[in-house]
Each structure stands twice: as C-alpha cells, then as structure tokens.
Design a protein. Structure first.
Length: 350
C-alpha cells in the first residue's frame, strides 16, 4: 500500500469516529496539510480553530464538499451557533453535496438554532440587568443603549424596546426616545401592557425636556401657564385662580384679626402688670411677686405681644397677596402657582 493510500485510509477512519472525510479524489499536499492540522485541532477539542481550518481547506478544494460540513460541525462543537447554522445551510445548498451529510445537517440544525436562541436569551437578560443598574444610577442614556442591545438580541421581546425608549426619554435623548417609543407602538399589540405609558412618555417628552436636558419644575409651571393650567375669563372651564385669591384674602384677614386680638390681650396684661409692680416695704412687688418672678412675667407678656404682631403682619401680607390673586384671576391674564423643590413659583402672562 502506498504512502498516499495509507494517508487516505487514516482520514476515512477519522471520518467514521469524528468527522466525515470521504473524498472523490486525493487532496493536494498543501490542502492535505491543512486538513491534517484541522483534524488534530478537532481531536484536541480546539473546535473553533478546526472549523476555520476545514473551511480554509474547502475553499482551496471546493469539490470536497464534506470539508464544508466538517467546518459546520466543528463550529457547532465550539458553540458558534450563528457560524454553524450558516455553514450547515451553505452545505445543504451545494449541488454536489453528500445526501448522507445533508440528512445530518438537517438533524443538527434545530439543535443549533435552539442553542443559539437560549444563548441570546441569556445575553439579553444580562444586557437588561445592566440597563436596570444604569437606570438606578440615573445614567439613562447608557440604560437605553443596554435595553436596545437586549431587544436586538431578541426582537420579539418588545418590552426591551419600550424600556430603551422610556430610558431615553428620562435622559432627554429626544430623537432616540421618539424612535424607540414610536417603533414600540407600531409593533406592540393593542392590549400590550406598556402601550399607555409609551404613548404618555412620547407625548410628554417635549414638556419635560429642552435641548437635551430636563426642564426645571419652575419652567414646567411657566409652560403650563400658557397651556392648560389656567384659562381666561369666559372659557368653559376655570382654573379657580380668582376664588383661590379670595380665600387667601379672607384667611389673611382672619389671621390679621387674630393677631390683633392676641396683641391687644398682651397690651392689657402689660397694663395690669405695670399697675401692680410697685415695691412694698418688704421689697416685694404687688401680688407677692419677687423681682425674678416679675421679670419672667414681663418676658411672657412681651412674647405674647410679639406673637400677636407677627400673626397680624402675616395676615395682612396674606390678605394683600390674596387680593392680588383675586384681581388677576378676574382679568384677562393667565396665572399659575405651583410648588417646587425650592418652595413655590408664581407665573403669569398678560
């Protein structure tokens, strides 16, 4: 038996135990060397390298279609699911393919596709987890990119697309938010749980963002003044600015009256106190008080008068402010008052 015949026989034996290597004709020495290296890599568990070498050999000897099948099988063993599927499909389309290995490719393809899908699901979950962490840290644009990558791995998982758009909206990445949220609304079922929120975020992004940055609370209020918070007199609905001002004015008047009463009581107490603070022969003040007791009583009366003055002053100020609001609410102006993190904002437009 010649040296070449021995080489072919060994190759066929390898095909039976690991990869199919039946050939129509002997390979050139160069291609045979590549194949031999590929077989050794496969036997050593270096499946990714074996797949590349088998494909390289096939390109140099295209009539040996089994080399392409070997490349697909090695890629499958290397868990290179996309590559394995592509090579199997390519092999099945060859005109001179071996029917036996076409059957094997058909048998392996469902396993390859299922494994690829499972891997993508795991990768998508990892990406979404990264997105959740970015969102907790208020790194909204990075969160959006992570959710987007998760969705691209599993396009049928539209929740990831919605989350990508929602995070972009929070990060005031308006163009991206509009793209993802619109895409989600087009793809999602009419009863999808996130549809309402997606539409709300899409509609609201212009009201919460400006030039790629969040609008402050006071800016939002000023915007609302010109939109829906208040309406002019004669509209079918009223925002109640005038009635609010009226109630503020009434409350301020009550407070002013209460403050005046408190101050008056304090003044009367002081008059009584001063009338009874003359020292007697024993050095005691009227009512048997000591000097220290009298001083304490004087301080108490002073505090009472101060409180009355403060309450009255606040009441007067509230009354004036309420009157202004009432007057503005009656006219053709638009007014809004709203709380902010720093206190409150008053906005109006004439």
């Amino acid at each position: 038996m010649s040296r070449e015949s021995i080489s072919i026989a060994l190759t066929v034996l390898f095909a039976i135990t690991a990869c199919p290597m039946a050939r129509a004709a002997p390979l050139s020495p160069t291609v045979q060397a590549v194949v031999t290296t590929a077989e050794k890599a496969f036997g050593a568990g270096q499946y990714d390298r074996a797949s590349e070498l088998f494909e390289q050999a096939y390109k140099a000897a295209a009539t040996e279609t089994t080399l392409l099948y070997n490349a697909a099988r090695a890629a499958q063993m290397a868990k290179q699911w996309d590559r394995s599927e592509a090579l199997y499909v390519q092999y099945q389309a060859l005109p001179n393919r071996d029917p036996k290995y076409v059957d094997k490719a058909t048998q392996y393809l469902p396993d390859v596709r299922a494994a690829r899908q499972a891997q993508r699901v795991d990768e998508a979950k990892a990406k979404a987890k990264d997105g959740d962490q970015y969102q907790k840290e208020k790194r909204y644009r990075e969160a959006s990119a992570a959710y987007r990558d998760a969705w691209r791995l599993i396009p049928e998982q539209l929740e990831y697309l919605f989350r990508a758009g929602a995070a972009a909206a929070l990060g005031c990445d308006e163009a991206v938010a509009r793209q993802y949220l619109t895409d989600y609304l087009q793809k999602a079922a009419t009863d999808a749980p996130d549809r309402i929120e997606a539409q709300a975020r899409l509609d609201g992004i212009a009201k919460t963002c400006k030039d790629g940055h969040p609008i402050s609370q006071s800016e939002v209020v000023v915007r609302k003044v010109d939109e829906t918070v208040v309406r002019r007199t004669g509209d079918t609905a009223s925002d109640g600015t005038g009635s609010i001002g009226l109630w503020v004015a009434v409350g301020g008047g009550v407070a002013a009256l209460a403050g005046g009463v408190i101050y008056g009581i304090g003044a009367a107490n002081r008059a009584d106190f001063e009338a009874s603070t003359k020292k007697d022969a024993n050095g005691l003040i009227g009512n048997g008080w000591t000097v220290e007791t009298a001083k304490a009583r004087a301080t108490e009366i002073g505090n009472q008068q101060t409180l009355g003055a403060v309450v009255a002053g606040v009441g007067v100020a509230a009354g004036v402010a309420g009157g202004v609001l009432w007057w503005l609410g009656k006219g053709d102006s638009k007014v809004a008052v709203a709380p902010t993190p720093a206190g409150a904002v008053l906005a109006w437009r004439f």
